[in-house]
Design a protein around this ligand. Structure first.
Ligand SMILES: *Cc1c(COP(=O)(O)O)cnc(C)c1O
Length: 400
């Protein structure tokens, strides 16, 4: 028993992942453990391994590891590359940086394209690197679809076009840990070779599953790639998955949850899920402007539909503000990572959210700014309300 007094109502978990898990998924996971080599599991395995493809928009294999998203980063690299291989990565923010640090630990040679952490990966900059690579020695381009640390997205379709324009054969690997099932992602159509993801953000599941969707080209590369791999070996997974099984014990409970999550996403319709995220992101940005504060992402082209980083006014610490919000209103906001520590707080608006959960979160921020004595204008919450009501009007009229 904790000595903390009970906090009535629910906690507002407004970080950009993990996200709150809907009741239906909690219930679906509340199952007795089953034999992962038995016929009942086999049906579940076959079902999720097939239906997960619709979320990645791919006909290829989606490999599911019992791991956090970081595991899928590693799986992507070790299955396709060899020690000393040259790759291009983009410093979109903390997650782009962590993936690069991992690649270097594995003995890969990274050309790291810098940004100021206020924008997405630019297709033109990547294309230029590839055009300069006359002997085609670059083996892969790795980008983060939605940089969770900054609230800036990247446009993967444009990056693909740039790679094609350069006529370069490098593999395209994309981290979609915080974008999958919240933002449009088309593994096949965009010519992605490895799409990396995790369970605890847009998929509305607890942490613990990681995914790699693998193109034929990536699979072919894995036949000659020499980085050592054992746990992350795609071959063992693919051969076992063909019958609905796994080479080692899968996270059975989470797979029950995944089955339900995929069903829920299709009941709403993926397109509607994406529109909902765009709407909530716009409401949040209008609130931020209403408060007279600045969104970290400096170009609307790169605005993230799932997370907004808000810059603190000079002389005020974002973590002190977050502490006031947590203690006063029982809401968790995302912290600033690495060089953004203390300078920004992040509002997560992804996963199982609706207009009122977003409004509740924004109200908590506006009251928190007041309580913490952070200089701001009133009217952010009102601006978000006006926007959401305006969007709802034609929808309500049509239903009437
Ligand atoms: C959360 C996140 C990760 C890391 O995932 P873990 O599950 O914490 O290992 C990687 N990339 C992005 C973009 C993320 O948002």
């Amino acid at each position: 028993m904790s000595n903390e007094p009970r906090r009535p109502g629910r906690h507002f978990l407004q970080i950009p992942g993990p996200t709150p898990v809907p009741e239906r998924i909690l219930n679906a996971m509340s199952m007795q453990i089953l034999d992962h080599r038995g016929p009942q599991f086999q049906q579940l395995g076959l079902r999720v391994l097939s239906s997960i493809k619709s979320i990645f928009k791919t006909a290829s294999n989606v490999i599911i590891f019992p791991a956090s998203g970081t595991g899928a980063w590693e799986a992507a690299l070790v299955n396709t590359l060899s020690p000393g291989d040259k790759i291009v990565m983009v410093e979109t923010g903390q997650f782009g940086t962590l993936w690069k640090v991992m690649a270097e630990r594995m003995g890969l040679v990274v050309d790291f394209i810098p940004t100021d952490w206020r924008t997405g990966a630019e297709a033109g900059a990547i294309e230029q690197r590839l055009r300069q690579d006359k002997d085609k020695s670059i083996k892969a381009v790795c980008v983060v679809h939605n940089e969770t640390a900054t609230g800036c997205r990247s446009h993967i379709d444009e990056i693909r076009k740039g790679m094609d324009a350069a006529g370069h054969p490098a593999l395209l690997m994309v981290d979609t840990v915080s974008s999958l099932a919240s933002m449009d992602l088309r593994h096949d159509e965009w010519g992605i070779d490895v799409t990396v993801s995790g369970s605890q953000k847009g998929l509305m599941l607890p942490p613990g599953l990681s995914f790699t969707a693998v193109s034929d080209k990536a699979l072919a590369a894995s036949k000659t790639a020499k980085l050592p791999r054992a746990f992350w070996n795609w071959d063992d997974m693919i051969s076992n998955n063909a019958n609905g099984f796994f080479p080692y014990t899968p996270a059975t409970g989470l797979l029950y949850g995944l089955d339900e999550a995929i069903r829920m996403l299709h009941e709403e319709g993926l397109e509607n899920v994406f529109i909902r995220h765009e709407r909530h992101a716009e409401a949040v940005r209008r609130a931020v402007r209403g408060w007279g504060l600045e969104v970290l992402c400096r170009d609307p082209k790169y605005y993230s539909p799932v997370v907004t980083s808000v810059m603190m006014p000079e002389g005020h610490n974002a973590d002190a503000f977050r502490k006031v919000v947590l203690e006063t209103f029982n809401m968790s906001l995302g912290t600033g990572l690495n060089k953004l520590a203390g300078k920004v707080f992040r509002i997560g608006h992804l996963g199982d959210t609706n207009d009122l959960t977003i409004m509740g979160a924004l109200t908590g921020v506006e009251m928190g700014l007041e309580v913490a004595g952070v200089p701001h204008r009133k009217g952010g919450v009102a601006a978000a309300m006006d926007f959401l009501a305006d969007v709802a009007k034609p929808v309500a009229a049509k239903a009437a």
